[in-house]
Design a protein around this ligand. Structure first.
Ligand SMILES: Cc1cc2nc3c(=O)[nH]c(=O)nc-3n(C[C@H](O)[C@H](O)[C@H](O)COP(=O)(O)OP(=O)(O)OC[C@H]3O[C@@H](n4cnc5c(N)ncnc54)[C@H](O)[C@@H]3O)c2cc1C
Length: 400
């Protein structure tokens, strides 16, 4: 079903920002037959937003909230469909292991540890999983040095996504279905005028469309202004690649490893996650909190001190046979809302503009289904997966 066209509109929908969320939305809109154009200020996929660095964890039982589970499950199906259309690996189903030290579980209110919330989501949604005790973890995964009473949750259906390839695949599918993709096209402003949307590029060119989707990641706040400039905050995160020690046994364990998320205490910083080794390097990261920084001014440098801190705080004594000298590190951007949940909703003052902020550090795994659902909403008026949890109105309701 096509989006109706007004007299002034050239495009049915313009999608602004072609990262994880925008590429998926463009692809789904084009597949539905809409006349669409995607714009990105850089050449997507690129390493300046939130969707670079080789890999992202995907899992189905989402401890962050039950509303995410249908998005995660559907996204995995879409990645598989897309993978079948091309020749690049998109989804490596290596399994996902969540580890929880006793302090993580015992020093929180009952049921509030991430592993407990994950288990509750798995039970609610029927996600197949295994619970592992310390002996089982040690027996199956010698690369993790676990203390007594560390608990494990394992989901075999999950693993990691090859992020740059995923975006290339979505953009390729969109173009095959007739979408126009414009790189190096920075949008300076977007606004609704009467029955259409005017998108103005940095060079002054104006594009008209029936609807627009803003999926500009860390730049959404500066592009749209209020209320997004107070709701969205961007922080710098660093991903680190550490080499594995030489030796076939170790490299074998790391190359066969599941992805992992490890909460080793009850503090906010007692957390890190990582991936199997690819080419003899294991990628790990934690999360940095603090005041937000405008996306254009984020410090992209990754001094060795960043990786030393990461190694000492998390890796040392927990990951077997990982060398402390990093091979590589890269900065990346988180965009977070006050309650850490996504925003997927109409602009409050410009209802023809849909805002899609797949943010908060766990958006990639949901992006394919978010794109599909947003396309359904624009073309059919409603989506099969309920997006109401991500509505802007929740912030008005929670305001004093
Ligand atoms: C270090 C790190 C680790 C993460 N780990 C995970 C994980 O394991 N699992 C998971 O599911 N998620 C994870 N995430 C989160 C996930 O990667 C993000 O939620 C997701 O990539 C965000 O996608 P996006 O489309 O919103 O933003 P982006 O991919 O950044 O896309 C926004 C796009 O908009 C473009 N743009 C911006 N402004 C304009 C403009 N004015 N005109 C035109 N184009 C514009 C940008 O160039 C960019 O391409 C992680 C994020 C980081 C940073």
């Amino acid at each position: 079903m096509r989006v109706g066209r007004g007299s002034n509109a050239v495009y049915d929908v313009i999608v602004i920002g072609l990262g994880a969320a925008g590429a998926a939305t463009l692809s789904a809109l084009a597949a539905s037959g809409a006349r669409v154009r995607g714009l990105d200020r850089f050449n997507s996929p690129h390493a300046l937003g939130s969707s670079h660095g080789q890999s992202r964890i995907t899992r189905q039982a989402i401890g962050e909230g039950s509303a995410y589970v249908p998005l995660a499950v559907r996204s995995q199906q879409i990645w598989r469909e897309l993978e079948a259309e091309g020749d690049e690996a998109l989804f490596s189903q290596v399994g996902c292991l969540i580890l929880s030290d006793p302090e993580d579980r015992n020093e929180r209110p009952p049921g509030q540890a991430f592993i407990d919330r994950t288990l509750a989501a798995a039970r609610e949604h029927g996600v197949a999983h295994e619970l592992l005790d310390t002996d089982a973890i040690r027996g199956r995964y010698p690369q993790f040095v676990v203390r007594d009473e560390v608990a494990g949750y394992f989901e075999a259906s999950s693993g990691f996504l090859h992020v740059e390839a995923c975006i290339r695949a979505q953009l390729g599918r969109a173009q095959r279905a007739g979408a126009e993709v414009s790189s190096l096209s920075r949008v300076a402003s977007v606004r609704q005028e009467a029955d259409h949307v005017v998108t103005t590029l940095a060079d002054g060119e104006k594009l008209l469309s029936q609807r627009a989707v803003v999926s500009a990641g860390a730049w959404t706040a500066s592009l749209l202004g209020p209320p997004f400039d107070t709701l969205l905050s961007t922080t710098r995160q660093v991903m680190h690649w550490f080499p594995t020690a030489a030796g076939a046994e170790v490299e074998g364990a790391w190359s066969r490893s599941p992805v992992f998320i490890w909460r080793h205490g009850s503090g906010r910083d007692d957390f890190f996650y990582g991936f199997p080794s690819l080419g003899g390097q294991v990628k790990v990261a934690d999360e940095a909190y603090g005041p937000g920084v405008p996306a254009d001014t984020v410090d992209r440098a990754t001094p060795a001190s960043d990786s030393r801190r990461m190694f000492d705080a998390h890796v040392r004594g927990r990951l077997q046979s990982i060398l402390p000298e990093p091979a590589f590190a890269a900065a990346c951007l988180y965009t977070v809302t006050p309650d850490s949940h996504f925003i997927i909703d109409r602009h409050p003052d410009h209802p023809r503009i849909e805002v899609v902020s797949a943010c908060s550090g766990h958006g990639f795994k949901h992006a394919a289904a978010i794109g599909e659902a947003v396309a359904e909403k624009l073309t059919h008026g409603a989506s099969r997966i309920d997006l109401s949890f991500f509505a802007l109105s929740r912030f008005a309701e929670s305001a004093p």
